[in-house]
Design a protein around this ligand. Sequence first.
Ligand code: PLP
Length: 396
Amino acid sequence: MKSKNSDLAKFWNQNLQMNYGTPAIALHKGSGSVVWDVEGKRYLDMLGGIATTVVGHANPVVVSAVSRQIRELSHVSNYYMHEPELKLAEKLTNFTKSPHARVFFCNSGAEANEAALKLSRLTGRGQIVATEGGFHGRTVGALSMTGQSGKRLPFLPLLKKVEFAPYGDIDSMKRLVSRRTAMVIVEPIQGENGVVVPPAGYLKAVRELCDQYGALLCIDAVQTGMGRTGQWFGYEYAGITPDIITLAKGLGGGLPLGAMIAVTEKAPSFKAGDHGSTFGGNPVSCAAGLAAISVIEKKNLMVRVAKVGKSLKSDLEKVPGVLSVRGEGLLIGIVLDSDIAPQVVSLGRENGILVNATGPRVIRIAPALTITDTQLREFLKKFALTMKSINEGQNA
Ligand SMILES: *Cc1c(COP(=O)(O)O)cnc(C)c1O
């Protein structure tokens, strides 16, 4: 007999922490940009595990790479090398175009940012400058750099000497950065904050500010990375080179994997014993990451992402009830003209589309880069229908 979503929710409530609330459905399987719940209902997955399943669910290239790898070795301690890790590190260092780039592998975005934070300590400076609304993870160090008070306040005290400038406001940042600043950390686009795009010239100005005071620039590309914005990391359009890049989400093609890349000569280096992670750079995750990159490269997905992102944005702008649409490539924030985002999520789910509300008025979508034209049309139709039902319901 099939499981029911409502029965599973009861189990959830009895056995799990409530930090995610109680999800409405339990997913059972997926293929590309389609997922099915335990009751067999089909959904178009417009969130892709929050920007994670970059080449779709159960991508055959990933499945075969992972299957091959787990038959050979599922785990290797850090006392030994393995080829998937070496090959993936070589890919990533090449993507940075810097001959100095060196990778540290971990399992998640928070861990990648923790590694960046520790690396910045090796400069001998202690202050960190981050941005209001920015998100860098939930561990204490990463949370200390996260500029969202709701996530921070229950867990005070956090690290001292972290200061926040409004995102996109270079003059405010200038008042905080000095010779005491070890690192400035910014997202190319603030993902969790609702896909907030900074003004043109911002990243370049931040780079110049860091250069002026000898501070490291860390680009948190955890959400914008791995081709999502039409570039490997999401900052390249600005013509800058960061000192540190952090990655996770899409990096493992759906498996847990994070990385901290020290890019320039200015970034310090860890010495033997300075840092580590038991599972970081796990061979199965690295094999999945390599497979995902090979799909992105072979199918020229970054070019496609940039193109479909543009047309999707302009189509979404025409939907009644949509105020504006922001983002780059397939990281898109849909700003609504009233506080109905949570209703759009729940009615959308009933209508067969999975989207996410980052706030009362913003819907985020971050589908697989492999999503097809037909699926994008299906999404537009169902999204417009969802908006229409909610708006008509409110006017009735
Ligand atoms: C999701 C996210 C993180 C945290 O990643 P986890 O894997 O959940 O620890 C950090 N930075 C950014 C920009 C993110 O979007």
